[in-house]
Every structure is written in C-alpha cells, then in structure tokens.
Design a binder for this molecule. Structure first.
Ligand code: P6P
Length: 332
C-alpha cells in the first residue's frame, strides 16, 4: 500500500510484525496514545476559550505549578491506558510515584510499562505556544503476574520498545519509533484521523541552529560556554542561528526537520540539569537516534545511562550527530 493517505491505524497494522514479542499489545498501546492525543488536542486547542487554562494552585513533585491542562492530560493518558488493559504500570512527571495497574481480573498479566510527560512545556499554554506529550514504553523485567516494581521503570533507554511524542502546534503530530525508524503522523482535526505525513524521518547530520536558554550562560560549564561562542563565530558555516522556544518537544521537532542541536546543560539553578532522564530524555533520545541523530549528557550516550530514581534529572544535548560530536569535544 502506498504511503499516500495512509492512516496511523493502517500503518500500525502493516508494521505489526516489527513489534518484537508483540501479541498486539504494543500496537494497542500506540492506539491508546493515539486516542488520548486526540482528546488532549481538543482541550489544548480550546484552552483559551474554556476555564482550563492556568494553574490549579498545586505543585507536582518537580515543585512546578501544575497547570490545569497538565492535570487533565495526565488523567486522560492514564485512564486511556487503564481502560485498554494493556499496561501493568505507569510513571508520569505529574505523579510522585509510579502507578500499579491490575487487570479487571485483578491480575498483573500485562507485559508493558509506560513512562510519560503528559504535557511538557505547559508553562507556555497561557501564551499560546506549542506544547507536547512525551512517552516511553518498556517490557516489564519482573515476573508476569506479580505487582510491577520500581525496577521495571528504572531501565536504561536502550531497553525501550517504543517511544515518541505528540506536538500540539500549528498542526498536531504524533511522531514515534519502535526501533525501525521514525514516522510522523499529522492529525486531520476535521475527521479525527492521523495520516502518515512524514515517513522515515531523518535527523540532518549537520545543522545551523542551536537551541539553549542563553539567559543561563554565566552558569554553564566552561565547555558549553566555549561551544556557544563557537556557534556565534563568523567563520566557515557560522554564525549559527539561535532558536529557543522553551518547549522541549517543539525545539527538538524543529531541529529534527531543519537540523540543529538542543542544549540543556547543568547550571547553578539546575546542578544536575533540568530535564528528566526517564520520560523526557530517553524517549526523545530513542526517536532522535532512530532518525540518525545523537543524544548525550555531554559525555555519555543518554540511552546507556543506568537510571537511579524515577524523576532524576540530567544534562541533555541532542540533535544533529556532527553538532553533538563537536559539543562533546568542547566538553572534554
Ligand atoms: P527553561 C518546560 O518546562 C521544559 O521542561 C521544556 O519543555 C523546555 O525545553 C525547558 O523546560 C525550558 O526550560 O529553564 O529554559 O525555561
């Protein structure tokens, strides 16, 4: 079947055999995320019209003010996954601890766990800037039929069986990988169907965009400062262009289309970095690597890091392979 007008549903069925071990459950997880993305998209696009914008007056474990849409999106993704009885556990940026999910038969017979940031960049909602959902899927490593444990979530990124993001932007896209390349699907809101709009996405090896919050420049490690000055020098293919939306999914997605590097280094404000390893860096690293890009903490491959806690933060450098290679040389 040609790619023209192929729907996400048709794509999943066609590529069912790509899901290692799958008895259809992994396909059902992607289908579940597809449904939740459409529900959240509807609310995100109406945020300015209904009383769902703004903080709920509570903070999540990150100490960040929870925006109403954060809470709403978290509930939608969790409930959609529970209703389809396809996962045995969920970890979310919005929940202090992971959630154990028993099947309606009170069993823990499902094989997969999902980790997610249900609405990343939500502080941008009030100013009408794109936001995103990031998700990561693993097979559990503890025995089937037993309650899921923290060990099932603290797996290195190389164990991911699927990962991706939803970007709620000028159009809404679902971009994901199961380890066989990266494909992007754009939602036709008129009929509520995702269509294959970006088959086999590739991250340009080189780029001329660097994305960093330069307001923190003075607090960056010296190697990062030197790299930023390198980006700004007038020689060869530089100066590069500085583009920073402050919404992770949007910055990564733009750079994957055009080429570029995203940097979130350590700083005195974020001594371990700001971004979370398990449900931001690892899933984006899987997508970026599958598209030919690179993701590093400045020295190590992100997906080989052994997680130690659910909400741990790390420095994150991600994008065009040759640009990340150059960044790492500055940080030696
Ligand atoms: P800063 C949003 O809160 C987020 O987690 C990412 O979406 C974004 O890239 C980053 O933080 C922005 O952080 O410190 O530059 O505002």
């Amino acid at each position: 079947m040609s790619n023209k007008n192929k729907t996400l549903g048709e794509f999943i069925i066609e590529n069912q055999n790509d899901f290692q071990y799958s008895s259809g459950e992994l396909s059902r997880i992607i289908n579940s995320i597809r449904l939740a993305a459409k529900v959240v998209n509807y609310k995100v696009n109406k945020a300015g019209l209904v009383d769902i914008v703004g903080a709920v007056g509570e903070q999540n474990i990150q100490g960040e003010d929870q925006q109403k849409l954060d809470v709403y999106a978290n509930e939608v993704f969790i409930q959609t996954l529970i209703n389809r009885e396809i996962v045995c556990g969920i970890a979310s940026e919005e929940n202090d601890d992971f959630i154990t999910i028993e099947g309606s038969d009170k069993s823990n017979s499902n094989k997969y766990v999902v980790l997610m940031d249900p609405l990343d960049g939500s502080s941008n909602i009030d100013v009408n800037v794109s936001v995103g959902t990031i998700f990561s899927v693993y097979r559990r490593i503890t025995p089937l039929g037993t309650p899921v444990t923290l060990a099932d979530f603290l797996q290195p990124g190389v164990n991911q069986v699927a990962a991706g993001y939803v970007i709620y932007g000028t159009s809404t896209m679902l971009v994901y990988t199961t380890g066989h390349g990266v494909n992007g699907f754009t939602l036709n809101p008129a009929i509520g169907t995702f269509y294959l709009s970006h088959p086999n996405m590739r991250f340009p090896e080189n780029g001329s965009i660097y994305s960093v919050n330069e307001g923190n420049y003075r607090q960056f490690p010296q190697g990062v400062k030197d790299y930023i000055k390198y980006c700004q020098m007038e020689e060869e293919d530089r100066p590069y262009t500085s583009r920073y939306i402050g919404s992770l999914v949007s910055d990564i997605h733009r750079n994957m289309i055009k080429g570029g590097i995203y940097l979130y280094p350590t700083s005195s404000k974020s001594p371990k970095g700001k971004l979370r390893l398990l449900y931001e860096c690892n899933p984006l690293a899987f997508v970026v690597e599958q598209a030919g890009g690179k993701a590093s903490d400045g020295k190590n491959r992100i997906m080989e890091l052994q997680p130690t806690e659910l909400h741990q933060r790390i420095p994150f450098f991600c994008g065009s392979k040759n640009m990340v290679d150059t960044l790492e040389k500055f940080m030696l």
